[in-house]
Design a protein around this ligand. Sequence first.
Ligand code: ADP
Ligand code: MG
Length: 725
Amino acid sequence: MSLISLKTPLSTIKGIGPKFLDKLEKINIKTAGDLLWHFPVRYDDWSHLTDIKDLRPGEYAVIRARVGKIGFRKSWVQKLAIVEAILEDESGSVRTIWFGQPFIKRVLSEGKQAFFSGKVLAGKKGIFLSNPAYETVSDEENINGLFPKRELLAIYPETKGLTSKGIRFLINKVLPDLEKVPDFIPEEILRKNDFPEINRALRDVHIPKSSAEANAAKERFAFEELFLLQLGNLLEKKRLAKTKAPSIEFNLDFVKWALDKLPYGLTFSQKRSLYEVLKDIERHQPMNRLLQGDVGSGKTVIALIAAMETAESGYQAVFMAPTEILANQHYQTFKKLFSDFGHPIGLMTAKSKLAFYGDNLESEMKKKDLFQEVENGRIKILIGTHALIAKSSGENRIRFNNLGLIVVDEQHRFGVRQRAELVKNQARKSPGLTPHFLSMSATPIPRTLAITIFGDLDLSTIDELPQGRKPIITKVVDPLNRDKAYAFIRGEIRKGRQAFVVCPRIESEEDTDYEYSEPVKKDARKSGWSETKTVKKEYERLSKKVFPDLKVAMIHGKMKAEEKQKTMEDFKTRRSDILVSTSVIEVGVDIPNATIMMIEGAERFGLAQLYQFRGRVGRGEHQSFCFLFTESLNETTHQRLKALLEAKNGFELAEKDLEIRGPGALLGAEQTGLPDTTMRALRNPAMIKLGRQSAEQIIAKDPTLRSYPALKDRLEKFKENIHLE
Ligand code: ADP
Ligand code: MG
């Protein structure tokens, strides 16, 4: 029998059926290596069972029980599928609840024997097991004593139909026949830190004999990823530092002119950030900077001034927003503030392609013509959505004449690849020049995290809001107080204010992360439909039943661009009182008269996201309010919502979110592609530091990695799998 290598496709290994392969493929596991790098989330000691009567809230426990009554229902507002069952052993009985996994009703019927492992929580009706993992025990297994066989059993992140039991089965098919894997972590680093060598670590992480073994292996893999992440970042930074960028002259007179046009003075943080940006783009090396600042802290104007300076220096700037609404808003802001800026600027969105030529001369032009004007360099600043580059290929490809600056708003995941894409498009008049890059984000990321994840970026931070903003009064509203809240809101609207309502996305059963009992969005497009459905329903409810006397409007992802635009315009000009929306207008929308933010299903959003929503109000002179409607209140939810009530700014909140839910919640684990282990390792500052030091050590010795071929290989693969920024 031939040995298995990391690259061996699982489909060629005997005994792994097509059903398994399909499921594995869905979570991107195709080769033996993919499988072996799919790590357990924890280990259960199945030989130590807890009696039901001894279950204590807050602990993880494994019980062996018989399924008693089992039922299925849907929560009343969110329509979240809930399976509830009573589990019984000799000592007593306990309730268990699974959220968003209706299929469990089919797997576990009354009378079935199984092991259940999960966290014990205290609810209003007493303690319960929350989303436990389970393994049914067949009579045969029972008799043969096959179960449980070993002390520690690896528990893997589960997706529908792919149980930990199944993954353990696969691991047992692969590991024994695995050929010796070369270790890509340089030996000096392994030795210095006492990390187990790769072959040992792989075995110990999946089939540990003791927790000490398992932990040492997990440490190694956690280190591995932080090391690779930072190594990649440092190398990228080094590479970028070698390329040339156009120098954008720091033109003080011009900056003064621009600042003069503003109806307000910049805050200290804004001034500092502006200075950092302008100083940076003056250099001949490309800027690679992340501008962080709370919602409403005034990032836009910094980018606009930098873009204008770029134009003044004879180069072009492109300004990309995440949505058309925002692109349009930036364009309008520009027009309003700098109407006598001497250079043509353009707006390109799906339907409207406008170019603005100063002195309020605006001409609508065809896409082709606008492209032409960009290509011949007449249009100096182009504003649009990320689609400007994401979708442009072939004839639709946008070509710049001499691009000097790329600004990306509210999208810190916009990465190296896209930048390379843009660079490819320019470089006609100024061959070989890399444009400067400014990324702006209102999702505050704690510093330690930021420098690890975005280690190739420099950071500018706006950590204060413009003067005169009143703190937003924030309240958590339980179902009992809903009517009171509605009455209050009606009062405010009668006084002339307006309100936003944000509805959560409803996940399908596959999208439930069992560890947190919280939904994880896997694919925005897939769940788009259910999100739209929620918005329509909420719109119906509010307009017909709750506020029939008020003008309610809605906006969601399925609407056409012009429709959305018009709905926003209507809301801006107060032709509607209440705007029900999905999270599409999550970021950046600026409507000072809207002073109320109602968030439905608040427990279903991350703190950073809630913070963003709330940031849409509190921009004008009137007192603003944020109501967090929630019906499910477990411990974590409570803690999180309380954090939102107490946090002074987004950074503080981000630290809290990191503490409570981990980096995945902050960064969107499902989007970054970062493995679980990394996510956990990111909570460990000492490990982060070790990873960085080790990366620096290797680069100091051999920046080409030529003497570390295995490492170089692994880094390539690692970079392929993650997409950060
Ligand atoms: P964000 O950082 O969320 O992108 P914006 O740039 O959209 O924030 O700014 C939010 C609002 O604050 C805008 O209406 C803008 O005109 C205003 N603003 C920006 N800077 C200041 C300032 N220094 N003083 C007063 N208002 C400001
Ligand atoms: Mg903004």
